[in-house]
Design a protein around this ligand. Sequence first.
Ligand code: ATP
Ligand code: MG
Length: 406
Amino acid sequence: MPDDFIPWTKKYLPKTLSDIAGHGKAIEQIRNFISKFKKGKALMLYGSSGGGKTSAVYALAHDLGVELVEVNASDSRNADSINELVGNASKQMSLFFKSKLILVDELEGIAGRQDRGGVQAVQKLIESSTYPIILVVNDPYSEKLKSLRKASVLVEFTERPHADISSFLKKICQKEKVDYDEEALSMIARKSGGDMRAAINDLQSLSETNKKISRTDVEELGDRERTEAIIPALIKVFKTTEPGIALGVFDNVNEDLDKIFLWIDENLPKEYTKPADLARGFEALSRADVFKGRIMRWQYYRFYVYCYDLLSAGIALAKDEKYKTMTEYKPTSRILKLWMASQRNMKKKAISEKIGEKTHTSRKRAMQDTLPYLRAVFRNNKKEGERLSEFLDLDREQIEWLSNQA
Ligand SMILES: Nc1ncnc2c1ncn2[C@@H]1O[C@H](COP(=O)(O)OP(=O)(O)OP(=O)(O)O)[C@@H](O)[C@H]1O
Ligand SMILES: [Mg+2]
């Protein structure tokens, strides 16, 4: 990372309310609360992570011209420090009569430490403060926050719609002079699940390695993330002899079964260096492969269970004892790349084959000469696309693929 690296979440941190994308209604509610503030009630702002809660409170304080006193609940070690930090602020009139706004951010951080009386401290603060208090939480309905919730007005920061996020990303691209495909930005937005911070971070990391941000770049980013998820699963399988620990490790790995096979196949010999272990390991792998074949051939989906059991517990139990060596697990870069490319090409090939049949040309010719026109037709003329699909006898997946190639 270069020395002058500045995270875009920081560079584009909203300074005033007009920099905040969306949340108009919630911000109005907060304004209202502040202008009609009465002692004894706080405002509890909630919503999922990365949606702009903290930034919005700062921007609001800026626009109202009030001083913001922040207590980051995760940082303050105990109730005393909260009292000290905010207690004073809440009682004294500010010098120059500048009004104040108190922010207790990430409240869950103190609510978790019950023994320290953090919740009671905040409760007391609410009762005594002459300045409005905003509590920020992710989940207001957790049991720990019950008493504080009762003393608060709830305001929700709803998830940003994808369109909001992608248009925010677009603005950043324009300022950073980054070239992009519209489609790629909306993929990043969708992938973020409403988390603006995640979306901005993805955008920045893609812009570092790509001149122009395209669909494929975003897809590859997803691949990279999945790779990060599979390694802990592999470690569990390779490093345990307890079937219970190994079973189910791939359940949360968002990865194709085929690729899990490739990962194990590549790394098994690196980990299991005793021949007997290795032989048993490959035995489990090949039995899993038999089940996979049956799933594919006969659509026996219940064989998935056996397949995954063999890949997890089967592989784990193949060794007599665990190896103490540290192995760095790697994807089979070569096979994996070929495999992914061939997956991508498979649809192209199948469609070209159908074109070839109808036009009496080779598949290769059809791919080179006719397929590009077919794409253009699908892009520009839906009716004609439908007619051609029928003529070429394309299936639904093939039609979808062609329609998405705009
Ligand atoms: N609505 C928004 N408009 C503009 N930028 C935003 C918005 N939401 C988030 N951001 C950007 O994302 C980053 C994270 O936002 P922020 O810290 O305010 O989120 P949060 O809701 O407080 O998240 P957390 O619950 O994790 O604390 C900010 O630095 C900002 O750059
Ligand atoms: Mg925050």
